[in-house]
Design a protein around this ligand. Structure first.
Ligand code: PSU
Ligand code: MN
Length: 324
C-alpha cells in the first residue's frame, strides 16, 4: 500500500448524495434513511419495487425527505433515483451483493451494485448526518446461534452485524420488531448488553414482525410517536454512542395470525437446516420460503410493515426536528 493509499479518508470520500438529499440537508429538513437489501434480497419483484417507491412516498407524506442507500461502483449512494431503484429491484439473482459492516469494503472494492443491510445503511446514514432510519425487521441472533438444547450441532454464532451496529452508531432504527425467523429473546438480551434501548409504540408487547405481537413484553413502550420522540432525542444526544430500536406493529389488516407465522417460520427453519443454508444467504432464503409456505401472505405483511415503518420514521424525524 502506498502512503497515499494508506491515508484514512473516512466514508465522506466515497459518499454521493442525491440532489434531493443534499437540498434537504442544506435546508435543515428532517430526513429518513431507507435500506436496499430488502429490495434486492428480501422481497420478490414486483413487490420489492412497489415497496421501495411506497416507502419513499410515505416518508414524504410525513413531511420528511427519503434517502434510500445503496452502493454502486465503489460509491455510497444516499438517495436513489427511480432508475437506480429499478436496477436493484430487477437485478438477476446473485448479481447484487449484500453489503453489511463486515462486507462493506469488499463490496465497494468489487464495483457494481450492492445493497446495504441495516448495519451498512446505518453507517451511511451517520456519515450523511441522518438520524432516523426505517427498515422492515432487524437482523439478530439466529436460532441455533448459541446451540440447540436437544441436538449435537455446534453453535453457529450467526448473529447479525445489525446488533453490533445498533450498539455503536447513534441512529434511531424504526422496524416491526426483530425478524420472526430469529431467536427473539436472545436478540433482546444482546441489544440490552450492547446498551441499545428497545421501545415499542402503541402497545405493551414487542411487535412480532409478521404478527402484531412477538408474545414477549417490550422492554419499554410509549403511547405515540410524540412521546417516543422525546426518548429518542435523549438517547441520541447523551453521547452514549448506541442507537435506539423503535418498534411498531405490522398494520392489522396485513398481519399474519401468530400461529400461522410461527408454523411457517418453524417449517422454513427446519428446511433451511436440512438444506445446509447458512451465512448471509440464510435470511433471504427463509423469507422466500416463508412466502411460499404462506402462499404470499407473508409478502403482504412484509410489504405493509415496511411502508408503515417508513411513515412512522418520517413522523419521528419531523417530531425530532420540532424538539430542537
Ligand atoms: N427487513 C425486511 N427484509 C429484509 C431485511 C430487513 O423486511 O430483507 C434485511 C435487512 O437489510 C437486514 C438483513 O439488515 O435483512 C439482515 O440480514 P442478516 O440476518 O444476514 O444480518
Ligand atoms: Mn448472519
Amino acid at each position: 500500500m502506498t502512503s497515499r493509499a494508506s491515508q484514512l479518508h473516512g466514508l465522506s470520500a466515497v459518499l454521493d448524495l442525491s440532489a434531493e438529499v443534499a437540498d434537504g440537508i442544506a435546508e435543515g429538513r428532517p430526513l429518513v434513511a431507507l435500506e436496499s437489501t430488502l429490495i434486492s434480497h428480501g422481497l420478490p419483484y414486483p413487490a420489492n419495487i412497489e415497496v421501495a417507491r411506497a416507502s419513499e412516498a410515505a416518508v414524504r407524506e410525513s413531511g420528511a425527505v427519503p434517502a434510500t442507500v445503496a452502493l454502486r461502483d465503489g460509491r455510497v449512494l444516499v438517495g436513489l433515483d427511480d432508475a437506480a431503484i429499478e436496477a436493484l429491484a430487477t437485478a438477476l439473482p446473485g448479481s447484487v451483493r449484500k453489503a453489511a459492516r463486515p462486507s462493506l469494503a469488499v463490496a465497494l472494492a468489487a464495483g457494481g451494485w450492492a445493497a446495504t443491510t441495516v448495519s451498512a445503511t446505518m453507517i451511511a446514514a451517520r456519515a450523511a448526518g441522518i438520524h432516523v432510519f426505517a427498515t422492515g425487521g432487524i437482523g439478530g441472533v439466529h436460532r441455533g446461534a448459541l446451540g440447540r438444547p436437544d441436538s449435537t450441532t455446534a453453535p453457529t454464532l450467526d448473529i447479525s452485524s445489525d446488533l453490533e451496529e445498533l450498539g455503536r452508531t447513534p441512529i434511531a432504527v424504526v422496524c416491526a420488531g426483530p425478524k420472526a425467523i430469529l431467536d427473539v429473546p436472545a436478540t433482546l438480551e444482546y441489544l440490552e448488553t450492547r446498551g441499545v434501548p428497545v421501545i415499542s409504540i402503541g402497545q405493551e408487547d414487542l411487535p412480532g414482525f409478521y404478527a402484531r405481537s412477538s408474545g414477549i413484553r417490550s422492554p419499554h413502550s410509549f403511547a405515540d410517536v410524540g412521546t417516543a420522540a422525546a426518548v429518542v432525542a435523549r438517547q441520541l444526544t447523551l453521547g452514549l454512542g448506541a442507537g435506539i430500536l423503535v418498534c411498531v406493529p405490522v398494520p392489522a389488516a396485513a398481519a399474519l395470525p401468530e400461529g400461522v407465522a410461527r408454523d411457517a417460520v418453524e417449517r422454513a427453519i427446519a428446511e433451511a437446516e436440512a438444506a445446509g443454508v447458512d451465512g448471509p444467504a440464510l435470511t433471504p432464503w427463509l423469507l422466500a420460503r416463508i412466502a411460499e409456505i404462506t402462499d404470499g401472505a407473508s409478502i403482504r405483511a412484509n410489504t405493509a410493515l415496511i411502508v408503515n415503518d417508513a411513515r412512522i420514521a418520517g413522523r419521528l424525524a419531523v417530531a425530532l426536528d420540532h424538539l430542537d
